[in-house]
Design a protein around this ligand. Structure first.
Ligand code: PLP
Length: 392
């Protein structure tokens, strides 16, 4: 018996770009000490007070089926937060709670695309994007952003592919590049959306990790609220990756459909997790700054270190927990460099190619280990790149 085409093609060609990561995990399982700078996970765990509140909620009996759209106070808290942060009046009816941002990405596309519809996304991209689009039976079309533009997408390139397309997926602050889309970039993207009648899916899961400049939610741009679905998550902002809690913000009619979808898929999110999420959001801005702080610190360390050499280039990262490093001076692809670094120095990074062709010749470094170890790993990466480039 065969699995469906839809599910079989989630990973095109059977590869999902995680080969270096899997090799690193294999080495670790075999007893090798590997410095992991691969996945976007904090080096701290969820804060104890949040876990205590989760425990309290569970012990208080919030262990049955929870309201499928999300519990009322959490929907209201998120609506108020979004209204305050973006200036767009947002009601609880514009909010649906999801088991994390990834589920929200899948659901939003299912809500706006029919089988065969063209769905645009920007390359470099978060590794699950093409599979998510194939998973809803859409036709994914990647629009290349360029390293020479610091990976700000060009509206003209999007417009050139937009004829007949139904949706555009963007992500700012961006994984893998750390780039924050400027107001001009977002305005020009909004213009393309208006002109070609596109839905905009805006993945904003890194919106609390801003090192330079400002995060602009494109939903706040003129006329965009009616055609934008925002994906949010507490994974990165509150170090709650394992709790699986996120949300979708959008027009009420789409949220109603999404609630029907949840009724037929997830049946909602655990009530005790939602209560803990509410507690966590009410810890306020200071807590979010505290969670983001280690990445801000390590980014400053990296800038100082990279300024002292000229082999490894850096895409200026205004946000998120990653750095995209240009290792093309070594003559290797990102994939070759990452494998060679892993085998020779036991440091695991992600090849740029794992996030699309546009990031070829780059590696993504997650700033997710303790400061001194991070600085040491970065020094080794630079030294390794220098040795390779001297040989070429
Ligand atoms: N979107 C982006 C850009 C991400 O980097 C991630 C996770 O790394 C997600 C969405 C999904 O996050 P989660 O499902 O943990 O909320």
């Amino acid at each position: 018996m065969q699995a469906s085409k839809r599910i079989s093609t989630l990973l095109e060609g059977g590869s999902d770009g995680w080969e270096v990561f899997l090799r690193a995990r294999e080495m670790i399982a075999n007893g090798t000490l590997v410095t992991e700078l691969t996945i976007g996970e904090h080096d701290i765990r969820t804060a104890a007070p949040i876990l205590q509140d989760m425990h309290r909620a569970a012990m208080a009996g919030h262990t049955g089926y929870a309201a499928i759209p999300g519990i009322d106070p959490l929907r209201k808290e998120i609506a108020d937060r979004v209204s305050a942060r973006t200036g767009v009046p947002t009601k609880p009816e514009n909010v649906m709670i999801t088991p994390g941002g990834q589920a929200a990405l899948f659901a939003t596309h299912l809500a706006v695309l029919d089988p065969g519809d063209t769905a645009l996304y920007i390359d470099p991209y978060y590794a699950t994007y093409p599979g998510t689009l194939r998973g809803v039976s859409a036709k994914p079309v990647a629009i290349k952003a360029h390293a020479t533009d610091a990976f700000q997408p060009r509206a003209a390139d999007i417009a050139a592919a937009a004829q007949g397309a139904k949706s555009l997926l963007i992500n700012t602050p961006n994984n893998p590049t750390g780039v924050i889309y400027s107001r001009d970039t977002l305005k020009s993207i909004a213009d393309v959306c208006h002109k070609h009648d596109l839905w905009l899916i805006s993945d904003e899961v890194y919106d609390t990790q801003i090192w330079e400049g400002e995060h602009i939610s494109p939903r706040a741009l003129d006329g965009m609220a009616k055609r934008t679905l925002v994906v949010g998550s507490m994974s990165k902002s509150h170090a709650m990756t394992g709790s699986r809690i996120g949300w979708i913000i959008g027009p009420e009619n789409i949220i109603e459909h999404l609630i029907n979808l949840a009724t037929h898929t997830t049946y909602g999110v655990a009530g005790f997790v939602q209560e803990a999420a509410l507690f966590a959001l009410r810890l306020g801005d200071d807590f979010e700054t505290e969670i983001a702080e280690p990445f801000r610190r390590r980014r400053a360390l990296a800038y100082a270190q990279l300024a002292q050499q000229s082999v490894v280039g850096m895409i200026p990262n205004g946000g998120a927990m990653y750095m995209m490093l240009d290792i093309s001076a070594t003559g290797l692809s990102g994939q070759e460099f990452a494998f060679a670094l892993l085998e020779s120095h036991h440091i695991a990074v992600m090849p740029g190619e794992s996030f699309g062709a546009a990031a070829g010749g780059h590696i993504r470094v997650a700033m997710t280990i303790e400061d001194n170890a991070f600085a040491a790993a970065l020094a080794t990466i630079c030294q390794f790149a220098k040795t390779l480039s001297d040989e070429t």
